[in-house]
Design a protein around this ligand. Sequence first.
Ligand code: COA
Length: 378
Amino acid sequence: MNRVVISATGLYTAPQVITNAELVASYNSFAAQFNAAHAQEIAAEALIALEESSVDFIEKASGITRRYVIDKAGVLDPRRMRPKFSRRGNDEVSLQAEMAVAAGSQALAAAGRTPADIDAVICAASNMQRPYPAMAIEIQKALGIGQGYGFDMNVACSSATFALELAVNALRCATARTVLIVNPEICSAHLAWQDRDCHFIFGDVCTALVVERLDGATAANAWEVLGTRLATSFSNNIRNNAGFMSRCEDRDPADRDQLFVQEGRRVFKEVCPMAADHITRHLASLDLSPADVRRFWLHQANLAMNQLIGRRLLGREATSDEAPVILDEFANTASAGSIIAFHRHSADLAAGDVGLICSFGAGYSIGSVVVRKCSVVA
Ligand code: COA
């Protein structure tokens, strides 16, 4: 079977930043307006008053200090509390495709590849802007890729690692020579900004990966894929019920369950041991142990989760060099989080160093990819 490398990555960062202070000020203003408007029901105990959010809580509970978003004004407007996107016509490139083209072009350039080299585009993200035509096919066209195929896939926060396994298998079996994976995550559109339990969690971003056969790869910073491992186990603890049948069920698009909902504590307790166990078993199957791993690029949802997984793997705190954190700056960006960490924190490692990308999230789903830095390939 062919040996496979991740030859390059790309990152599109959404143009606007929301700090925790700005977010909390907007939420607290919304809560005050809500409480004033419902003062009678609250006094009659028919309704519970909304409590204030706090910067301190957000930073202690999550490690997040800010997030990038596509539309800050709509999110922070206490009368709106959701991004405002202008409608685009069918002849215009769609928003998710635009982000993917930006990240994808960067990754292609870094890999020394052109659109003519790409056999397949996988658009892997936790939400697609529309059901069809596939976002990946629009991205394929927008990038000027005149051959091959594209398809969309969604395994929530694990979409990127699951896509990596599909790409690696296609390359190993020689059904493709070079695959582009893009992860356009517009998390601001499915986040309940009016819910203080989770209003701080997400940000918008897009990552991209070029995956190709080792023979013929020319990138200076390539990583050979030693193995991939995927696992799922059904849970309702992270859920979003929005779908094409919502209107048939006479649901209001503003219903709380049409957006991201989670049992945060349960997710924390259940997913951390699953992820640590998954990683240990995956490494063992490759005759490796966590101590052999120079760097872990973990999913970026919550700092304490990553610290706990680090302790379970290493028997001590992982340093920020061993398990870099980007969620302080980006917040949770669903499938893109571990790829941003890889993009930002992989160039400094030496040839022969082993690293591990791991995602975990809704499903539950866990995906891990073990990689080894190549000597400069040519
Ligand atoms: N500001 C101030 N207080 C808040 C608050 C806010 N924004 N949000 C919640 N609180 C309060 C709660 O009401 C609760 O008060 P109580 O103890 O009086 O009931 C208290 O703070 C603790 O709330 P809780 O929701 O239990 O916090 P937590 O410590 O579990 O942290 C998460 C919440 C979401 C950060 C955390 O559970 C988490 O990150 N879980 C995993 C998330 C995850 O990875 N999801 C995957 C998505 S892909």
